[in-house]
Design a protein around this ligand. Structure first.
Ligand SMILES: [Mg+2]
Length: 224
């Protein structure tokens, strides 16, 4: 049976060491002159557009241009990642992607709060962008629930496969990822590899909860 595995990025695929937040602040300073605008904002589980809107409103920026901002952000993000130590894939992810990208009946996708340029920049930096030919990004939806719906539709169209809801999984590291999976009636695989602990994620009752993806035998059992 065809299975669609949709991935969150930050805290799930990779640890960006705060480069995204830094790059958002730098780009905002560069274009609109406000320093450290994103340093205190809660980014976990949110999508870029929600966060950027919050900051634009907070500073009352009148001439905000999202296209210009994300372009600047993408370029700055690339430079910051190159000079930041420790930006890396989360343990077990590489083996997982290598295995399931080669397995028949398994299809990969992305549903990330990152705007497309940010998502592609982060995945490319960690050398896993080639695994993700389709997905939904933080500039294509208003919130994460909608984002997962868009990712499913995009994947169906791209792969020409009509995935059944029971065979769609959303892998993420925050309660918002679990909620988005529930809202779309797909399975959630929560991973305590990001900001939230195993116990906190457990309170949100994901379908599956793992400390990480290092043991592929455990992962195999989920999909059987
Ligand atoms: Mg995340």
């Amino acid at each position: 049976m065809n299975k669609l595995l949709i991935w969150d990025i930050d805290g799930t695929i990779l640890d960006c060491k705060g480069c995204g937040r830094k790059a958002l602040s730098h780009a905002f300073k560069e274009l609109y002159g406000h320093e450290n605008a994103f340093s205190d904002v809660d980014l976990t589980g949110k999508i870029d557009i929600e966060v950027i809107e919050e900051i634009v409103n907070k500073y009352g920026v009148q001439n905000f241009n999202n296209h210009e901002f994300t372009k600047e952000y993408g370029e700055i993000l690339k430079r910051i990642m190159e000079i930041t130590e420790g930006v890396k894939l989360i343990d077990g992810v590489e083996n997982f992607l290598r295995k399931y990208s080669n397995e028949k009946y398994y299809y990969l996708s992305i549903a990330t709060g990152n705007c497309k340029v940010g998502a592609k920049g982060k995945l490319t930096h960690c050398d896993v962008n080639h695994y993700f030919k389709t997905g939904a990004y933080g500039d294509e939806a208003r919130n994460r629930k909608e984002l997962v719906s868009v990712a499913i539709e995009n994947a169906k169209r791209y792969y020409q496969v009509d995935f059944l809801k029971e065979n769609i999984y959303y892998l993420g590291d925050t309660p918002k990822d679990i909620e988005a999976a529930k809202f779309n009636e797909v399975k959630s695989i929560a991973l305590s590899t990001g900001f939230y602990s195993y116990d906190v994620l457990n309170e949100h009752e994901p379908d599956y909860l793992l400390t990480d993806l290092r043991d592929l035998k455990i992962v195999d059992r989920i999909f059987k």
